[in-house]
Design a protein around this ligand. Structure first.
Ligand code: IVH
Length: 667
């Protein structure tokens, strides 16, 4: 980028970041996620370091703190409320420990780790056991008196329970005010139903709530206070963080009971790994962990640098959002011919992995979000979920961005794209022989949920197609090791392994085979339902729409799709080829088991097994597992957390209701 372009970009970035900060810190509203804003700040600071002349004193990169809002009384903290320095990987944790070891060479380092909650910090002050004041963090030195609001939070004790004399004199408990994810979603659903604008995220809603001037409004919104620090005048009363948590719990506070105390750094790493997987199942949002030196005296002795104590760090999980640019939008043709627009992005790291593509779903989704080629966009990725574009940053546009136009023909084979139904959002390539569909169909046939043939992933399938060794899924059964060896991708062992893996799958279970054919709208469960009802591929091939839609759980869309699939000439050819290779699915035996003729529905969650396991057991004994309650249902198995509507329906049909224990007896 030249200097003129950089200057224009820097100005726009500053404007956007400043808007974000104002909304976020002053108005308690969020215009984008913190991670996305960080990503923009990063771009700004890179540009500024490249062109230092462009730095101005009002640049967000030069800012230190925000101003408190008016409306509440300011209160000075008895002891500064500090922040934490961030670390992002194990090496940085090791470096932190090495620094501490240098500063305290003879000290025994015990570590204490807790989950870092994403809420707002608050200090609660108790005099002789009675809650006298609640103060927000503010700038760390001075916060706002929010006592009336905090008193409405059920998890805040108004009077301390006695424990070790800590209920006497002055006790300050610091912690985080959070809103649980489920409550947040419920409140937003109510707002959506009422046509009101939605809240951005649980943290902002918690922060906004605690700064409401009307406490009755606060009481109507479920908030929780979870303690993480207990302060007494005399430090010897609280010798360690481990003790503090025990004491806070005994005094009547909500604390994390799954903290870690250890003298081994490896245990800390294991704790981090454990929570990086499990954190999404916590009731509140977390963006990392807090690791502290457990011993309070040592913690204090190690002191403070800047705004953070030396003896603690925040381990941050990789950000789930980042900003990047849309380089292009292209059309990807799926296994069933769906034509999906996909954004090609400038590579960016999101949630720990590099993202270069994001699905845009369909034409109207692109129009709704107004995503253009050249736009700077916010990319989101949570856990294993496919990356998504949240929104374009419209104010960063310079006029060169190009709106997306859906092509009229398939980019792979030139066939005109069509819609199955006029009201469908998605376009499709109707050409069943479209080359883009071939490899995806074969890969799908070999996938884990279908035939489960190891070694037939995307790359190998494409290589085999390119070499003209195969053209469809049936051809894989004719593959010989010597053909595979002609390809760079295979050596003796891997070639033989693949041929053996393929030949082991010539009599697949019917449901897997049906799923593997890749018929539109047939997922794994529908394939199981079809297999159990038609019991052989021949019967399914000749099934009519009426017979199909008569099956429990199968609607018109699936029924039509099945009939259409088997009517196609290319399907007949494929099935003939399978037969020539002596490949055919096993029919489902008519089991005259003890549950033959009995229909079961399960509602709610079971304790001893999953629903799928229960369904499998019922079927193994000849029974039929239905996905929804009907007049022909014989048994309704009632698990935990069941809605009243289901039970009322069962009562109406006169369905017999049994417990999980009853079911286990039957099984
Ligand atoms: S210990 C010096 N433990 O994170 C502050 N803090 O970035 C030591 N936070 O202001 C705090 N969960 O509001 C601690 N389990 C936890 C926490 C936690 C969230 C917040 C806290 C603090 C900020 C530091």
């Amino acid at each position: 980028m030249n200097k003129t372009d950089a200057a224009a970009r820097v100005l726009k970035l500053r404007q956007l970041i400043n808007d974000y900060r104002y909304h976020y810190h002053v108005l308690d509203e969020s215009t984008m996620s913190e991670a996305a804003a960080d990503s923009l700040k990063h771009e700004l600071s890179v540009l500024e370091s490249e062109f230092p002349d462009l730095i101005t004193p009002d640049s967000p990169t030069q800012r230190v703190a925000g101003a408190p809002a008016a409306g509440f009384v300011s209160v000075a903290h008895s002891k500064r409320m500090l922040s934490l320095n961030d670390v992002f990987d194990f090496d940085e944790i090791k470096a932190w420990v090495a620094r501490l070891q240098k500063l305290a060479p003879n000290a025994q380092l015990d570590y204490f780790a807790d989950i870092k909650m994403d809420g707002l910090a608050c200090a609660l002050i108790y005099e002789d056991g009675l809650l006298v004041r609640a103060v927000t963090r503010g700038d760390g030195f001075t916060g706002e008196d929010v006592t009336l609001n905090v008193r409405t939070i059920e998890s805040v004790p108004l009077r301390l329970r006695p424990f070790d004399g800590l209920e006497k004199g002055r006790t300050e408990v610091r912690g985080e005010i959070v809103m649980y994810k489920a409550d947040f979603e419920r409140l937003n659903a109510q707002r959506a139903a009422a046509g009101q604008p939605l809240f951005a995220n649980p943290r902002n809603l918690a922060a906004g709530t605690i700064r409401q001037l009307d406490p009755s409004l606060v009481a109507a919104r479920p908030l929780h206070f979870r303690g993480y620090d207990l302060q007494r005048q005399d430090l010897t009363e609280t010798p360690s963080n481990t003790y503090e948590y025990k004491a806070m719990h005994a005094l009547g506070f909500l604390v994390n009971t799954k903290t870690l105390t250890t003298d081994k750094l490896d245990d800390v790493f294991k704790y981090i790994e454990k929570w990086s997987e499990k954190r999404h199942s916590l009731p509140y949002n977390t963006d990392g962990l807090v690791i502290k030196i457990d011993d309070r005296a040592l913690y204090e002795r190690l002191g403070v640098v800047g705004k953070a104590p030396r003896a603690a760090v925040a381990y941050k999980y990789a950000a789930e959002q980042a900003t990047t640019r849309v380089k292009d939008i292209f059309i990807s043709i799926g296994r069933t011919g769906s034509a999906t627009p996909v954004a090609m992005l400038e590579p960016v790291v999101v949630a720990g992995s590099t993202v270069q593509m994001a699905t845009l779903h369909n034409e109207s989704e692109i129009a709704r979000k107004d995503i253009r080629v050249g736009d700077t966009v916010i990319v989101h990725k949570a856990g294993d979920i496919i990356p998504e574009i949240v929104e374009p940053l419209v104010s960063l546009r310079d006029g060169s961005e190009k709106p997306f136009v859906m092509p009229s023909v398939c980019p792979e084979c030139g066939t005109s794209l069509a819609k199955a139904k006029a009201e469908d959002a998605a376009w499709r390539c109707p050409n069943v022989n479209c080359p883009a569909r071939a490899w995806k169909r074969i890969e799908h046939y070999a996938s884990k949920a279908a035939l489960d043939i190891e070694g037939l992933g995307e790359k190998n399938v494409i290589a085999l197609l390119d070499a003209s060794h195969i053209s469809d899924a049936a051809d894989i059964y004719g593959l010989r090791a010597d053909q595979l060896l002609q390809l760079d991708r295979f050596a003796d062992v891997s070639a033989n392994k693949l041929v053996t893996a393929i030949q082991a799958k010539t009599r697949p279970p019917l449901a897997r085979f049906i799923y593997g054919l890749g018929i539109r709208h047939i997922g794994t469960q529908t394939a199981i339902d079809l297999a159990n009802n038609f019991r052989s591929l021949e019967a399914l091939q000749t099934a009519t729409i009426d017979q199909l839609s008569g099956v429990d759980g199968i609607g018109d869309v699936v029924a039509e799709s099945v009939v259409e699939y088997f009517a196609e000439e290319s399907t007949a050819q494929l099935l003939t080829k399978f037969k020539e290779h002596d490949v055919w699915p096993m029919p489902v035996e008519q089991v005259g088991g003890p549950l033959a003729g009995q229909n079961f529905v399960i509602t709610g969650s079971l304790q001893s097994m999953s629903r799928d396991q229960a369904a499998e057991k019922i079927r193994a004994l000849g029974g039929t597992f239905q996905s929804s309650l009907g007049k022909d249902t014989d048994y309704l198995v009632v698990g935990a957390n069941v809605g009243a509507a289901k039970l009322a329906k069962a009562a109406k049909y006169g369905t017999r209701q049994i417990t999980e224990a009853d079911l286990l007896k039957l099984l």
